[in-house]
Design a protein around this ligand. Structure first.
Ligand code: 4AD
Ligand code: MG
Length: 465
């Protein structure tokens, strides 16, 4: 087959250049037909829809056609023809076929349709070839692009924060240690503890749980920054909303107070949902049909309505008065569980909620302390079906208050001196938040389990692929 440019199926399906010759390459999804004609349904990942390739059996080597089965990869040169079929408007009539790779029908795991999502998790190396994961992965890409576009268009700078950190300060969750020491031969101090001074970095290091603290350093120079990178939490939470490795978007804004922080979070989320509706419709329609009939309605509803804003204290009052039996009892001071968050969003207000001013004991040390001495200027954005999608706060900018809080919590100051210096030199009011990328993709796709919106999920006892 002579060289020519490959046409993507996405473009072919839109084309009206009937009669012209095109080259298309992809994976066979289905094969049917009779002794005269074979119909191949071809997918190349560019769009959820397949292209129908019509093969006149008489014109091809019988042995070649026999080897083209579900899952095999082929290149086809053929003529674009207006289709008489119901399913599609165009098809390709093959003149020449090259077989790149066969897929033995006896052993190819995706030979049949209709596998469960649980089974597909066990073949994460092949599941991108299904309609569902094609749709999810294209939407995931579109969201990543839209995030960068939103921030770029609004004057934010993308700041790369480290993945290996020397501080264990955020307190957002258990950390994975990073070491170059041989685990079965660890150098030890005279007291018998691991001697990290002999380790690669000369100190104990971990995978980051958040880019925020370094993000704040950037905001104190560039004004508006965001991070977008992988974060790691070694918690044993086996829920449909937790991963041990997930991606987080963390904007940090000099001179923003909590109100502007909330406004940004709401505008940002609405922008992303709008972007998905404008750019991902074929995939959204497919997912809605297969998994979640109310998906499109829910997405539009979130864009069209103001988020409800209230304090944690008001939220707890509503929950206490609800008469609802929760698995975890609720009272002022407890950390809200996803059942509480979802009650507020789905039952009580029936729209997204931003809760603010949480008890300081259940929130991180860096949050701005309110005058009541009991609460901090935290904000969590709660979404239908998800619960917490964003966590953020206005930051404590007062050097003495911050230093005192760090002391109270027993956080070693030797780990935090650089962070404290932002409050010592040219401190400023500032705020930020973290959006869990997979929780966003969960919401947008209507999928039910976070393991199904990242290509290779990392969860307890699972790192095969
Ligand atoms: O609420 P979190 O822990 O906040 C922070 O890490 C702050 N440093 C953010 C900031 O203010 N810059 O996490 C933020 C978001 C959560 O709201 C949730 O969407 C997501 O990250 N998240 C997870 N997503 C998947 N798996 C996990 N284990 C997650 N933990 C948090
Ligand atoms: Mg949180």
């Amino acid at each position: 087959m002579e060289y020519r440019e490959r046409h993507k199926i996405k473009d072919i399906l839109d084309s009206t250049a009937y009669g012209s010759e095109m080259l298309v390459k992809g994976w066979v999804r289905t094969k049917r037909g009779n002794k005269n004609v074979t119909f191949l349904s071809l997918n190349d990942g560019s769009i959820i829809h397949n292209l129908q390739v019509v093969v006149d059996v008489a014109g091809f080597d019988e042995n070649l056609l026999k080897q083209i089965t579900t899952g095999s990869c082929i290149a086809v040169v053929g003529k674009l023809v207006e289709s008489k079929g119901q399913e599609q408007t165009v098809e390709i009539h093959a003149n020449d076929i090259t077989l790149y790779g066969t897929a033995d029908p006896e052993t190819y795991p995706l030979q049949k349709k209709g596998h469960t999502l649980e089974f597909l998790r066990e073949i994460a190396h092949l599941r991108p070839r299904t309609n569902t994961f094609g749709a999810v992965l294209r939407i995931r890409h579109a969201m990543a692009y839209a995030i960068h576009k939103y921030f770029n268009d609004n004057g934010f700078f993308y700041l790369h924060t480290p993945i290996i950190t020397g501080s264990d300060a955020e307190g957002a969750g258990a950390m994975f240690h990073v070491t170059a020491m041989e685990l079965d031969n660890i150098p030890r101090t005279p007291e018998g503890e691991a001697d990290y001074s002999q380790d690669f970095f000369g100190k104990a290091t971990n995978l980051t749980v958040s880019g925020q603290l370094e993000g704040e350093l950037g905001a104190m120079a560039l004004g508006l920054i965001y991070t977008f990178g992988p974060t790691f939490r070694a918690e044993n939470s086996n829920t449909p909303r937790h991963l041990a490795e997930f991606w987080m978007i963390e904007p940090e804004m000099a001179f923003y107070e909590i109100k502007e922080n909330m406004d940004l979070a709401e505008d940002f989320l609405k922008y992303l949902i709008t972007y998905a509706l404008e750019h991902c419709m074929p995939d959204l329609e497919f997912l809605s049909k297969m998994y979640d009939k109310e998906l499109l309605e829910r997405l539009r509803f979130v864009i069209e309505n103001d988020f409800v804003r209230l304090t944690y204290t008001e939220g707890v009052e509503i929950l206490e008065k609800s008469g609802q039996k929760f698995e975890f009892p609720v009272s002022w001071g407890v950390d809200l569980q996803s059942e509480h968050e979802r009650y507020l969003v789905e039952q009580h207000f029936k729209r997204p909620v931003i809760l603010t001013d949480y008890p300081r004991e259940i929130k991180a040390f860096y949050m701005k302390q309110n005058a009541d001495g009991k609460t901090v200027r935290a904000m969590d954005v709660l979404f239908p079906k998800i619960g917490e999608i964003i966590g953020g706060s206005q930051r404590e900018e007062d050097y003495t208050k911050l230093k005192t809080r760090i002391g109270e919590l027993g956080i070693p100051e030797k780990d935090m001196w650089w962070y404290l210096e932002t409050r010592k030199f040219g401190t400023a009011p500032h705020s930020g938040f973290g959006l869990g990328f997979e929780r966003l993709v969960l919401f947008i796709t209507g999928m039910a389990n976070i393991r199904d919106v990242i290509p290779f999920p990392r969860t307890p006892k699972n790192a095969e692929f």
